[in-house]
Design a protein around this ligand. Sequence first.
Ligand code: PMP
Length: 471
Amino acid sequence: MILDNKGYPNMARQYSLTPRRVPPVDTQYRRIVTEIPVPESIPILEKLHRYEPVAMQGQPPIIWDRAEGFQVADRWGNRWIDWSSGVLITNAGHGRQEIVDAVVRQAQSHLLTNYCFPSEIRAQLVERIAHLLPAPLKKVFLLTTGSETVECAIKLCRTHGVKLGGREKNVIVSYEKAFHGRTLGSQQAGGIPALKEWIVNLDPGFVQIPFPDGFWTEDTSFACFERRLAERGVTPAQVAGVVLETYQGGSAAFAPVPYMQALREWCTRHGALLVCDEVQAGFGRCGKMWGFEHYGIVPDLTCFGKGISSSLPIAAVAGRPDVMDLHPPGSMTSTHTGNPVCCAAALASIDLVMRENLAGNARVMGELMHRKLHELKARTPQIGWVDGKGLVAGVTCVKPGTKDPDGDLAWEVVRGCIERGVLMFSPVGFGGATVKICPPLVIHEEALRESLQVLEEAFAEATAAVSAAAV
Ligand code: PMP
Protein backbone atom coordinates (compact mmCIF):
# COMPACT_ATOMS: atom_id res chain seq x y z
CA MET A 1 0.00 0.00 0.00
CA ILE A 2 1.34 3.43 -0.91
CA LEU A 3 0.30 5.86 1.78
CA ASP A 4 1.25 9.37 0.89
CA ASN A 5 0.78 11.02 4.24
CA LYS A 6 3.43 13.55 3.25
CA GLY A 7 1.01 15.12 0.80
CA TYR A 8 0.18 18.78 0.72
CA PRO A 9 -3.02 18.60 -1.32
CA ASN A 10 -3.55 22.31 -1.28
CA MET A 11 -0.11 22.98 -2.69
CA ALA A 12 -0.16 20.20 -5.23
CA ARG A 13 -3.61 21.25 -6.46
CA GLN A 14 -4.77 24.82 -6.69
CA TYR A 15 -8.11 26.22 -7.64
CA SER A 16 -7.94 28.00 -10.97
CA LEU A 17 -8.92 31.65 -11.12
CA THR A 18 -10.29 31.21 -14.63
CA PRO A 19 -14.11 31.34 -14.44
CA ARG A 20 -15.81 28.13 -15.57
CA ARG A 21 -19.30 28.02 -17.03
CA VAL A 22 -21.40 25.71 -14.83
CA PRO A 23 -25.06 24.66 -15.12
CA PRO A 24 -27.37 26.98 -13.14
CA VAL A 25 -28.88 25.68 -9.90
CA ASP A 26 -31.96 27.11 -8.22
CA THR A 27 -33.54 25.26 -5.31
CA GLN A 28 -34.87 26.44 -1.98
CA TYR A 29 -31.42 26.03 -0.44
CA ARG A 30 -28.89 26.38 -3.28
CA ARG A 31 -28.43 28.91 -6.02
CA ILE A 32 -25.65 29.06 -8.61
CA VAL A 33 -26.24 31.73 -11.25
CA THR A 34 -22.74 32.76 -12.37
CA GLU A 35 -19.55 31.23 -13.63
CA ILE A 36 -17.34 29.82 -10.84
CA PRO A 37 -15.26 31.60 -9.70
CA VAL A 38 -17.45 34.64 -10.28
CA PRO A 39 -15.72 36.91 -12.85
CA GLU A 40 -16.40 40.02 -10.69
CA SER A 41 -14.72 38.31 -7.72
CA ILE A 42 -11.38 37.83 -9.47
CA PRO A 43 -9.91 41.23 -8.42
CA ILE A 44 -10.63 40.38 -4.76
CA LEU A 45 -9.06 36.94 -5.11
CA GLU A 46 -6.06 38.47 -6.87
CA LYS A 47 -5.64 41.01 -4.08
CA LEU A 48 -5.61 38.18 -1.53
CA HIS A 49 -3.07 36.33 -3.65
CA ARG A 50 -0.90 39.43 -3.85
CA TYR A 51 -0.89 40.32 -0.16
CA GLU A 52 -1.30 36.98 1.64
CA PRO A 53 1.10 34.05 1.75
CA VAL A 54 0.52 31.31 -0.82
CA ALA A 55 -0.29 29.00 2.10
CA MET A 56 -3.63 30.81 2.42
CA GLN A 57 -4.78 29.67 -1.03
CA GLY A 58 -6.11 26.25 -0.09
CA GLN A 59 -9.82 26.98 -0.01
CA PRO A 60 -12.33 27.19 -2.88
CA PRO A 61 -12.41 30.62 -4.61
CA ILE A 62 -15.76 31.69 -3.22
CA ILE A 63 -16.02 35.16 -1.66
CA TRP A 64 -18.01 34.80 1.55
CA ASP A 65 -20.34 37.77 1.95
CA ARG A 66 -23.19 36.57 4.20
CA ALA A 67 -23.75 33.38 6.13
CA GLU A 68 -26.84 32.30 8.02
CA GLY A 69 -27.78 29.01 9.63
CA PHE A 70 -26.44 26.29 7.32
CA GLN A 71 -25.99 28.55 4.29
CA VAL A 72 -23.25 30.77 2.88
CA ALA A 73 -23.80 33.36 0.15
CA ASP A 74 -21.65 35.56 -2.05
CA ARG A 75 -22.75 38.97 -3.28
CA TRP A 76 -23.42 37.89 -6.84
CA GLY A 77 -26.54 35.83 -6.13
CA ASN A 78 -24.95 32.43 -5.39
CA ARG A 79 -25.88 30.50 -2.25
CA TRP A 80 -24.47 27.26 -0.90
CA ILE A 81 -25.49 24.67 1.65
CA ASP A 82 -22.41 24.78 3.84
CA TRP A 83 -20.72 21.47 4.60
CA SER A 84 -17.68 23.15 6.18
CA SER A 85 -19.12 25.06 9.16
CA GLY A 86 -16.19 27.37 8.38
CA VAL A 87 -14.07 24.31 9.19
CA LEU A 88 -16.02 23.20 12.24
CA ILE A 89 -16.65 26.57 13.84
CA THR A 90 -20.35 27.29 13.42
CA ASN A 91 -21.93 24.49 15.45
CA ALA A 92 -24.91 26.68 16.40
CA GLY A 93 -25.20 27.92 12.81
CA HIS A 94 -23.76 30.89 10.96
CA GLY A 95 -24.71 34.42 11.99
CA ARG A 96 -27.17 33.51 14.73
CA GLN A 97 -29.13 36.54 15.95
CA GLU A 98 -28.66 35.53 19.59
CA ILE A 99 -24.88 35.57 19.14
CA VAL A 100 -24.94 38.86 17.24
CA ASP A 101 -27.06 40.42 20.01
CA ALA A 102 -24.73 39.17 22.75
CA VAL A 103 -21.67 40.48 20.93
CA VAL A 104 -23.32 43.87 20.30
CA ARG A 105 -24.50 44.14 23.92
CA GLN A 106 -21.02 43.43 25.22
CA ALA A 107 -19.37 45.77 22.72
CA GLN A 108 -21.80 48.54 23.66
CA SER A 109 -20.74 48.25 27.29
CA HIS A 110 -17.36 49.44 25.93
CA LEU A 111 -15.47 46.75 27.86
CA LEU A 112 -13.65 45.38 24.83
CA THR A 113 -10.68 43.87 26.64
CA ASN A 114 -9.41 43.35 30.16
CA TYR A 115 -6.30 41.11 29.76
CA CYS A 116 -6.19 38.74 32.78
CA PHE A 117 -7.82 41.27 35.08
CA PRO A 118 -11.05 39.79 36.43
CA SER A 119 -14.35 40.30 34.62
CA GLU A 120 -17.81 38.98 35.37
CA ILE A 121 -18.42 37.62 31.89
CA ARG A 122 -15.21 35.54 32.03
CA ALA A 123 -16.38 34.14 35.38
CA GLN A 124 -19.73 33.24 33.80
CA LEU A 125 -18.11 31.42 30.90
CA VAL A 126 -15.61 29.33 32.87
CA GLU A 127 -18.38 28.37 35.30
CA ARG A 128 -20.71 27.43 32.41
CA ILE A 129 -18.11 25.20 30.76
CA ALA A 130 -17.05 23.60 34.06
CA HIS A 131 -20.69 22.84 34.92
CA LEU A 132 -21.26 21.17 31.56
CA LEU A 133 -18.17 18.96 31.84
CA PRO A 134 -18.03 15.77 33.92
CA ALA A 135 -15.75 15.51 36.98
CA PRO A 136 -12.83 15.92 37.27
CA LEU A 137 -12.71 18.46 34.39
CA LYS A 138 -13.60 21.35 36.66
CA LYS A 139 -11.07 24.10 35.93
CA VAL A 140 -11.03 26.05 32.69
CA PHE A 141 -8.34 28.27 31.14
CA LEU A 142 -9.47 30.43 28.23
CA LEU A 143 -7.22 31.02 25.23
CA THR A 144 -7.67 32.23 21.67
CA THR A 145 -6.80 29.38 19.27
CA GLY A 146 -6.85 25.61 19.23
CA SER A 147 -3.08 25.45 18.75
CA GLU A 148 -2.59 27.40 21.96
CA THR A 149 -4.75 24.96 23.89
CA VAL A 150 -2.58 22.09 22.68
CA GLU A 151 0.58 24.01 23.64
CA CYS A 152 -0.91 24.53 27.08
CA ALA A 153 -1.84 20.85 27.42
CA ILE A 154 1.72 19.87 26.47
CA LYS A 155 3.08 22.28 29.09
CA LEU A 156 0.78 20.83 31.74
CA CYS A 157 1.63 17.22 30.82
CA ARG A 158 5.36 17.86 31.06
CA THR A 159 5.06 19.88 34.26
CA HIS A 160 3.00 17.10 35.81
CA GLY A 161 5.28 14.36 34.48
CA VAL A 162 8.51 15.93 35.67
CA LYS A 163 7.02 16.62 39.08
CA LEU A 164 5.88 13.02 39.38
CA GLY A 165 8.73 11.11 37.80
CA GLY A 166 11.67 13.47 37.36
CA ARG A 167 13.10 15.03 34.20
CA GLU A 168 12.97 11.73 32.30
CA LYS A 169 9.17 11.72 32.43
CA ASN A 170 8.72 14.20 29.61
CA VAL A 171 7.55 12.23 26.55
CA ILE A 172 4.37 13.26 24.76
CA VAL A 173 2.87 10.32 22.90
CA SER A 174 0.52 11.19 20.07
CA TYR A 175 -0.69 9.61 16.83
CA GLU A 176 0.36 9.35 13.23
CA LYS A 177 -1.83 11.41 10.85
CA ALA A 178 -2.99 13.61 13.74
CA PHE A 179 -3.37 17.37 13.44
CA HIS A 180 -3.14 19.54 16.55
CA GLY A 181 -2.14 22.94 15.15
CA ARG A 182 0.76 24.74 13.51
CA THR A 183 2.78 26.20 16.39
CA LEU A 184 6.08 24.61 17.43
CA GLY A 185 4.73 22.21 20.06
CA SER A 186 1.33 21.47 18.58
CA GLN A 187 2.89 20.77 15.17
CA GLN A 188 5.31 18.30 16.77
CA ALA A 189 2.42 16.54 18.47
CA GLY A 190 0.89 16.22 14.99
CA GLY A 191 1.54 13.15 12.92
CA ILE A 192 1.86 14.43 9.34
CA PRO A 193 5.62 14.45 8.61
CA ALA A 194 5.57 16.99 5.75
CA LEU A 195 3.96 19.61 7.97
CA LYS A 196 6.88 19.59 10.42
CA GLU A 197 9.86 19.44 8.10
CA TRP A 198 10.41 23.15 8.82
CA ILE A 199 11.12 22.38 12.48
CA VAL A 200 14.38 20.63 11.53
CA ASN A 201 15.42 19.93 15.15
CA LEU A 202 12.50 17.81 16.24
CA ASP A 203 12.20 17.37 20.00
CA PRO A 204 12.84 13.64 20.76
CA GLY A 205 10.27 13.97 23.55
CA PHE A 206 7.46 13.79 20.97
CA VAL A 207 6.70 10.35 19.54
CA GLN A 208 3.85 9.20 17.33
CA ILE A 209 2.35 5.75 17.04
CA PRO A 210 -0.26 4.46 14.56
CA PHE A 211 -3.84 5.54 15.26
CA PRO A 212 -6.20 2.55 15.62
CA ASP A 213 -8.54 3.67 12.84
CA GLY A 214 -9.32 0.19 11.50
CA PHE A 215 -8.51 1.21 7.93
CA TRP A 216 -4.90 2.34 7.58
CA THR A 217 -4.10 0.57 10.86
CA GLU A 218 -5.81 -2.79 10.78
CA ASP A 219 -4.75 -3.99 14.24
CA THR A 220 -6.84 -1.80 16.54
CA SER A 221 -6.13 -3.73 19.73
CA PHE A 222 -4.49 -1.95 22.63
CA ALA A 223 -2.11 -4.87 23.05
CA CYS A 224 0.46 -3.29 20.72
CA PHE A 225 0.54 0.12 22.49
CA GLU A 226 3.58 -0.59 24.69
CA ARG A 227 5.31 -2.47 21.86
CA ARG A 228 4.91 0.58 19.64
CA LEU A 229 6.41 2.75 22.38
CA ALA A 230 9.31 0.32 22.85
CA GLU A 231 9.98 0.41 19.08
CA ARG A 232 10.45 4.16 19.50
CA GLY A 233 12.73 3.67 22.52
CA VAL A 234 10.20 4.89 25.09
CA THR A 235 9.38 3.18 28.40
CA PRO A 236 6.00 3.69 30.12
CA ALA A 237 7.75 5.52 32.98
CA GLN A 238 8.91 8.21 30.53
CA VAL A 239 5.45 9.09 29.27
CA ALA A 240 4.14 12.43 30.58
CA GLY A 241 1.02 12.48 28.44
CA VAL A 242 -0.89 10.83 25.62
CA VAL A 243 -2.55 13.35 23.31
CA LEU A 244 -5.12 12.44 20.69
CA GLU A 245 -7.82 14.04 18.63
CA THR A 246 -11.09 12.55 19.87
CA TYR A 247 -11.59 11.70 16.21
CA GLN A 248 -8.86 12.28 13.66
CA GLY A 249 -9.83 15.38 11.72
CA GLY A 250 -8.22 14.25 8.47
CA SER A 251 -10.56 11.29 8.03
CA ALA A 252 -13.12 11.61 10.88
CA ALA A 253 -11.73 8.33 12.30
CA PHE A 254 -12.70 7.24 15.79
CA ALA A 255 -10.68 4.75 17.85
CA PRO A 256 -12.44 1.59 19.10
CA VAL A 257 -14.09 1.94 22.53
CA PRO A 258 -12.08 -0.95 24.11
CA TYR A 259 -8.84 0.66 22.92
CA MET A 260 -9.75 3.99 24.53
CA GLN A 261 -10.86 2.38 27.76
CA ALA A 262 -7.58 0.44 27.95
CA LEU A 263 -5.67 3.64 27.16
CA ARG A 264 -7.49 5.48 29.94
CA GLU A 265 -6.55 2.73 32.37
CA TRP A 266 -2.93 2.63 31.12
CA CYS A 267 -2.49 6.39 31.59
CA THR A 268 -3.83 6.23 35.14
CA ARG A 269 -1.54 3.29 35.96
CA HIS A 270 1.57 5.01 34.61
CA GLY A 271 0.92 8.54 35.85
CA ALA A 272 0.55 9.87 32.31
CA LEU A 273 -2.13 12.45 31.53
CA LEU A 274 -4.69 11.61 28.87
CA VAL A 275 -5.52 14.59 26.67
CA CYS A 276 -8.48 14.62 24.29
CA ASP A 277 -8.14 17.36 21.71
CA GLU A 278 -11.81 18.25 21.19
CA VAL A 279 -11.08 21.32 19.08
CA GLN A 280 -13.19 19.71 16.34
CA ALA A 281 -15.21 17.22 18.37
CA GLY A 282 -16.68 19.36 21.16
CA PHE A 283 -19.95 21.24 21.60
CA GLY A 284 -22.31 18.73 20.05
CA ARG A 285 -20.52 17.97 16.78
CA CYS A 286 -20.43 14.18 17.20
CA GLY A 287 -24.00 13.77 18.45
CA LYS A 288 -23.03 14.12 22.12
CA MET A 289 -21.95 17.31 23.87
CA TRP A 290 -18.37 15.99 24.11
CA GLY A 291 -16.81 13.58 21.66
CA PHE A 292 -15.05 11.60 24.39
CA GLU A 293 -18.46 10.54 25.74
CA HIS A 294 -18.55 8.05 22.85
CA TYR A 295 -15.69 6.19 24.53
CA GLY A 296 -17.19 6.09 28.03
CA ILE A 297 -14.06 7.72 29.44
CA VAL A 298 -13.09 11.09 30.90
CA PRO A 299 -9.66 12.46 29.97
CA ASP A 300 -7.45 14.45 32.38
CA LEU A 301 -7.32 17.43 30.04
CA THR A 302 -9.43 18.56 27.09
CA CYS A 303 -8.74 21.17 24.43
CA PHE A 304 -11.58 23.17 22.90
CA GLY A 305 -11.74 25.79 20.14
CA LYS A 306 -13.68 26.29 16.91
CA GLY A 307 -17.29 25.36 17.86
CA ILE A 308 -17.04 26.88 21.35
CA SER A 309 -18.43 30.23 20.13
CA SER A 310 -19.70 29.44 16.61
CA SER A 311 -18.04 32.75 15.72
CA LEU A 312 -15.35 34.86 17.44
CA PRO A 313 -11.88 33.49 18.30
CA ILE A 314 -11.86 31.83 21.70
CA ALA A 315 -10.58 28.47 22.92
CA ALA A 316 -10.24 26.65 26.23
CA VAL A 317 -8.33 23.99 28.12
CA ALA A 318 -10.37 22.22 30.77
CA GLY A 319 -8.89 19.77 33.20
CA ARG A 320 -8.31 18.25 36.58
CA PRO A 321 -7.91 21.03 39.16
CA ASP A 322 -4.67 19.56 40.55
CA VAL A 323 -3.15 19.66 37.04
CA MET A 324 -4.59 23.03 36.04
CA ASP A 325 -3.18 24.52 39.26
CA LEU A 326 0.41 23.33 38.70
CA HIS A 327 1.62 26.78 37.66
CA PRO A 328 1.64 29.61 40.23
CA PRO A 329 -0.17 32.96 39.75
CA GLY A 330 0.98 34.88 36.71
CA SER A 331 2.84 31.98 35.04
CA MET A 332 0.15 30.59 32.71
CA THR A 333 -1.61 33.54 31.12
CA SER A 334 -2.50 34.95 27.73
CA THR A 335 -3.21 38.52 26.62
CA HIS A 336 -6.59 37.75 25.09
CA THR A 337 -7.70 35.10 27.58
CA GLY A 338 -11.44 35.41 27.97
CA ASN A 339 -11.80 38.54 25.89
CA PRO A 340 -15.21 39.86 27.02
CA VAL A 341 -16.72 40.10 23.52
CA CYS A 342 -15.56 36.56 22.70
CA CYS A 343 -16.91 35.33 26.06
CA ALA A 344 -20.29 36.85 25.20
CA ALA A 345 -20.27 35.02 21.86
CA ALA A 346 -19.32 31.72 23.51
CA LEU A 347 -22.00 32.01 26.20
CA ALA A 348 -24.67 32.75 23.58
CA SER A 349 -23.50 29.89 21.37
CA ILE A 350 -23.45 27.39 24.25
CA ASP A 351 -26.97 28.50 25.20
CA LEU A 352 -28.13 27.78 21.64
CA VAL A 353 -26.42 24.38 21.53
CA MET A 354 -28.12 23.42 24.81
CA ARG A 355 -31.54 25.03 24.26
CA GLU A 356 -31.96 23.67 20.75
CA ASN A 357 -30.44 20.30 21.66
CA LEU A 358 -28.08 20.56 18.73
CA ALA A 359 -26.11 17.51 19.87
CA GLY A 360 -29.40 15.60 19.56
CA ASN A 361 -29.98 17.01 16.07
CA ALA A 362 -26.41 16.08 15.14
CA ARG A 363 -27.09 12.52 16.31
CA VAL A 364 -30.38 12.14 14.41
CA MET A 365 -29.17 13.87 11.23
CA GLY A 366 -25.88 11.99 11.58
CA GLU A 367 -27.65 8.63 11.53
CA LEU A 368 -29.32 9.57 8.25
CA MET A 369 -26.09 10.95 6.78
CA HIS A 370 -23.95 7.94 7.73
CA ARG A 371 -26.56 5.50 6.41
CA LYS A 372 -26.64 7.34 3.08
CA LEU A 373 -22.85 7.55 2.92
CA HIS A 374 -22.48 3.82 3.55
CA GLU A 375 -25.03 3.14 0.80
CA LEU A 376 -23.02 5.35 -1.55
CA LYS A 377 -19.82 3.53 -0.57
CA ALA A 378 -21.44 0.16 -1.28
CA ARG A 379 -22.01 1.14 -4.92
CA THR A 380 -18.85 3.21 -5.44
CA PRO A 381 -15.62 1.16 -5.60
CA GLN A 382 -13.62 4.40 -5.44
CA ILE A 383 -14.82 5.01 -1.88
CA GLY A 384 -12.56 2.97 0.38
CA TRP A 385 -13.71 4.10 3.78
CA VAL A 386 -16.40 6.13 5.54
CA ASP A 387 -16.01 7.13 9.18
CA GLY A 388 -17.34 9.68 11.66
CA LYS A 389 -20.22 10.16 14.08
CA GLY A 390 -22.98 12.72 14.38
CA LEU A 391 -22.54 15.55 11.90
CA VAL A 392 -18.97 14.82 10.91
CA ALA A 393 -17.94 12.34 8.25
CA GLY A 394 -14.89 11.53 6.18
CA VAL A 395 -15.33 9.82 2.80
CA THR A 396 -11.92 8.55 1.73
CA CYS A 397 -11.28 8.01 -1.99
CA VAL A 398 -9.01 5.19 -3.15
CA LYS A 399 -7.96 3.48 -6.35
CA PRO A 400 -10.59 0.69 -6.61
CA GLY A 401 -9.61 -2.54 -4.91
CA THR A 402 -6.66 -0.95 -3.06
CA LYS A 403 -6.01 1.39 -0.18
CA ASP A 404 -4.02 3.78 -2.36
CA PRO A 405 -5.48 7.24 -1.64
CA ASP A 406 -6.95 9.08 -4.63
CA GLY A 407 -6.56 12.77 -3.93
CA ASP A 408 -7.37 13.73 -7.52
CA LEU A 409 -10.79 12.14 -7.26
CA ALA A 410 -11.55 13.78 -3.90
CA TRP A 411 -10.50 17.12 -5.36
CA GLU A 412 -12.85 16.68 -8.33
CA VAL A 413 -15.72 15.67 -6.03
CA VAL A 414 -15.23 18.75 -3.85
CA ARG A 415 -15.06 20.97 -6.94
CA GLY A 416 -18.18 19.34 -8.38
CA CYS A 417 -20.08 19.92 -5.14
CA ILE A 418 -19.06 23.57 -4.98
CA GLU A 419 -20.20 24.12 -8.56
CA ARG A 420 -23.56 22.58 -7.60
CA GLY A 421 -24.04 24.74 -4.50
CA VAL A 422 -22.59 22.65 -1.66
CA LEU A 423 -19.60 24.30 -0.03
CA MET A 424 -16.79 22.13 1.34
CA PHE A 425 -13.09 22.11 2.01
CA SER A 426 -10.24 19.68 1.44
CA PRO A 427 -8.45 18.58 4.62
CA VAL A 428 -4.67 18.24 4.62
CA GLY A 429 -3.12 14.76 4.70
CA PHE A 430 -3.09 11.40 2.88
CA GLY A 431 -2.75 13.13 -0.46
CA GLY A 432 -5.99 15.03 0.19
CA ALA A 433 -8.06 11.91 -0.45
CA THR A 434 -10.79 12.53 2.12
CA VAL A 435 -13.98 14.44 1.39
CA LYS A 436 -14.98 15.93 4.72
CA ILE A 437 -18.60 16.62 5.61
CA CYS A 438 -19.39 18.79 8.64
CA PRO A 439 -22.43 21.05 8.23
CA PRO A 440 -23.63 23.38 11.00
CA LEU A 441 -25.59 21.38 13.58
CA VAL A 442 -28.78 23.29 12.72
CA ILE A 443 -29.12 21.59 9.33
CA HIS A 444 -32.46 19.85 8.82
CA GLU A 445 -33.44 16.68 6.99
CA GLU A 446 -34.58 18.27 3.74
CA ALA A 447 -31.37 20.26 3.25
CA LEU A 448 -29.24 17.33 4.34
CA ARG A 449 -30.92 14.96 1.87
CA GLU A 450 -30.58 17.52 -0.90
CA SER A 451 -26.88 18.03 -0.24
CA LEU A 452 -26.23 14.27 -0.05
CA GLN A 453 -27.88 13.96 -3.47
CA VAL A 454 -25.41 16.58 -4.72
CA LEU A 455 -22.50 14.56 -3.33
CA GLU A 456 -23.78 11.51 -5.18
CA GLU A 457 -23.99 13.45 -8.46
CA ALA A 458 -20.50 14.87 -7.94
CA PHE A 459 -19.12 11.36 -7.33
CA ALA A 460 -20.88 10.00 -10.43
CA GLU A 461 -19.47 12.81 -12.58
CA ALA A 462 -15.95 12.65 -11.12
CA THR A 463 -15.63 8.86 -11.36
CA ALA A 464 -16.97 8.90 -14.95
CA ALA A 465 -14.40 11.59 -15.85
CA VAL A 466 -11.59 9.61 -14.27
CA SER A 467 -12.65 6.38 -16.09
CA ALA A 468 -12.93 8.26 -19.40
CA ALA A 469 -9.45 9.69 -18.90
CA ALA A 470 -8.10 6.18 -18.24
CA VAL A 471 -9.48 4.76 -21.54
N1 PMP B 1 -6.65 20.63 17.08
C1 PMP B 1 -7.47 20.17 16.13
C2 PMP B 1 -8.09 18.81 16.30
C3 PMP B 1 -7.75 20.94 15.00
O1 PMP B 1 -8.57 20.47 14.06
C4 PMP B 1 -7.16 22.22 14.88
C5 PMP B 1 -7.44 23.11 13.69
N2 PMP B 1 -7.83 22.51 12.53
C6 PMP B 1 -6.30 22.65 15.88
C7 PMP B 1 -6.08 21.85 16.97
C8 PMP B 1 -5.65 24.01 15.79
O2 PMP B 1 -6.58 25.00 15.99
P1 PMP B 1 -6.29 26.51 15.50
O3 PMP B 1 -6.30 26.51 14.01
O4 PMP B 1 -7.43 27.29 16.10
O5 PMP B 1 -4.98 26.91 16.08
